[in-house]
Design a protein around this ligand. Structure first.
Ligand SMILES: Nc1ncnc2c1ncn2[C@@H]1O[C@H](COP(=O)(O)OP(=O)(O)OP(=O)(O)O)[C@@H](O)[C@H]1O
Ligand SMILES: [Mg+2]
Length: 268
């Protein structure tokens, strides 16, 4: 079943030009999708529509079988969890603990359940001892972790993650990749970091106001027109291997990881 469906979706901010044009996307349950494209391509705008935070100017968004209308937006929002690109848009309570607990408390859980969820989410996000800290005095990367904990604590059926690894240190980035690998939920991940996208998603949507590519990563690596149009930069191992393929005339499908690249090189 499709957990989410966008049909002929157009969106503009007030009298600005359209930020999204005729977008059609269907997401299956548990699917892991990367959303990529240049600055201003409409990625954040699209995630806001997918989360019920904004309503399309034209077209239809259906979430969990319910068409999104202004009236239903609140119910729909429980089915998806949005991690904002800017953690300052997400975090608003006086302490980290209260902030992470805000969602679970509003879900009507018991006090014990709330505590357990918050503890687990903070542990996963690597901020177990941040409970009493004041969010606006945290570093940007620390704030991002608090925002991630807030979304994880809600455990919504679908996660919409806007640049989740931006500002995280290498360990934080690795931890987040491992978390996203371990959770059962589907997610859409907007990112400029194609290495992370390669690791986490099977499907990639390239956006530039319109959907200009929707398919697997191997197809994208070989689609020079789309890579150029969206100014995408492949991970270095990928660029190296494609150059090696061109230089040697060898035939192989683009590798998706450093390990796969090494195996190709060793096979010779
Ligand atoms: N609140 C707003 N009012 C008017 N225009 C906006 C608003 N928010 C975004 N835009 C415009 O809509 C377009 C899409 O912006 P959006 O933030 O969705 O892009 P993005 O793909 O997320 O970019 P980035 O990679 O920089 O995060 C841009 O041209 C942007 O300037
Ligand atoms: Mg954005």
């Amino acid at each position: 079943m499709d957990v989410m469906r966008l049909e002929g979706v157009w969106f503009r901010y007030l009298e600005s030009p359209y930020a999204l044009e005729d977008v059609g996307i269907a997401l299956k349950e548990g699917e892991h999708v990367a959303l990529v494209g240049p600055n201003g391509a409409g990625k954040s705008t699209l995630l806001h529509l997918m989360s019920g935070l904004s309503i399309p100017t034209k077209g239809k968004v259906t979430i969990g079988g319910t068409e999104l209308t202004k009236k239903d937006a609140v119910n729909v929002r429980r089915k998806v969890g949005l991690l904002f690109q800017d953690p300052d848009d997400q975090i608003f309570m006086p302490t980290v603990w209260e902030d992470v607990a805000f969602g679970p408390i509003n879900m009507g859980l018991t006090e014990d359940d709330v505590r357990e969820r918050v503890r687990k989410a903070m542990e996963l996000a690597g901020i177990s001892d941040f409970g009493d800290r004041v969010p606006h005095r945290l570093s940007i990367g620390e704030k991002k972790r608090v925002a991630i904990a807030g979304v994880l604590a809600m455990s919504p059926p679908t996660l919409l993650l806007d640049e989740p690894t931006a500002n995280l240190d290498p360990q934080g980035r690795r931890d987040l990749v491992n978390i996203l690998r371990s959770i059962p939920q589907g997610f859409v991940l907007a990112t400029h970091d194609l290495s992370v996208a390669f690791e986490l998603a099977q499907r990639v949507i390239v956006l530039k106001k319109k959907v200009i590519y929707d398919g697997d990563f191997r197809g994208l690596v070989e689609d020079e027109a789309v890579l150029k149009e969206a100014s995408l930069e492949l991970p270095s191992f990928s660029r190296l291997m494609m150059k090696w393929r061109d230089a040697t005339g060898k035939e192989f499908r683009p590798p998706m990881s450093v390990q796969e690249s090494l195996e190709l090189l060793l096979k010779r």
